[in-house]
Design a protein around this ligand. Structure first.
Ligand SMILES: [Zn+2]
Length: 220
């Protein structure tokens, strides 16, 4: 009994209590049809997180992408990062494979918010890399949190995941919240020349696991 209580304390049962499902439907996308579930995490939060679910949820070894929003690339086609390609690749993989769960977390700019992200971009235009720009603004390198994601996974009945990511900190962050990450699946997408410097900084300074040379793609 004690072991079971401790296990429950490790898994985010308390945080799951802060999670609510606000709305749900299915949406046809160019990658297939997904269940689209809107969550709210925390009583005072105005953030609406989303789970997109392809097929039936696999409790063990579920294919999962935990993706943080990036308005600049995903909405406006910014070439400064590869978030839009990563989102597309994940949904395409899940749509074609017929299963998978994408959690879309509302934490723009690695969690610092849109205005700070744009301030950091202005410093990057003057020569700073992504890490130094954040530090010059007295902001963390990465302010993202994954407690909402852990609670969403628990809500969906997912016991263990195969996580699509290049970011070891994300794996560790989720594991620290009790998520059983069985496997890390590399999530490398073709990059654009304008994002090379950003990705090089992520590799060198944030320990992302990325190949040195990547196929480039032109986005029009
Ligand atoms: Zn981005």
């Amino acid at each position: 009994m004690i072991a079971s209580t401790q296990a429950q304390a490790l898994f985010p049962v308390p945080s799951q209590a802060r999670l609510s499902v606000d709305a749900e439907t299915t949406i046809p996308t160019r990658h297939g049809t997904f269940r689209f579930i809107v969550f709210r995490y925390g009583e005072r939060s105005t953030k609406e997180h989303v789970a997109l679910v392809a097929g039936s949820v696999q409790a063990e070894g579920a294919l999962v992408r935990v993706h943080s929003e990036c308005m600049t690339s995903e909405v406006f086609g910014s070439l400064k990062c590869d978030c839009a390609e990563q989102l597309d690749r994940a949904l395409r993989t899940m749509g074609e494979g017929g299963h998978g769960v994408l959690l879309y977390l509302r934490q723009e700019g690695r969690g610092i918010g849109l205005a700070n992200k744009i301030r950091a971009y202005a410093l990057q235009a003057a020569g700073a890399d992504t890490v130094d720009a954040n530090r010059a603004l007295d902001l963390p390198d990465d302010a993202r949190r994954y407690d909402a994601a852990a609670a969403m996974l628990a809500h969906l009945g997912i016991q263990s995941v195969r996580l699509m990511t290049n970011n070891p900190a994300k794996v560790e962050g989720l594991r620290a919240l009790g998520v059983d990450v069985r496997e890390r699946i590399p999530h490398v997408v073709p990059s654009h020349p304008l994002s090379h410097a950003y990705l090089a900084a992520k590799r060198a300074r944030m320990h992302h696991i990325l190949p040195l040379e990547r196929q480039t793609v032109r986005r029009s």
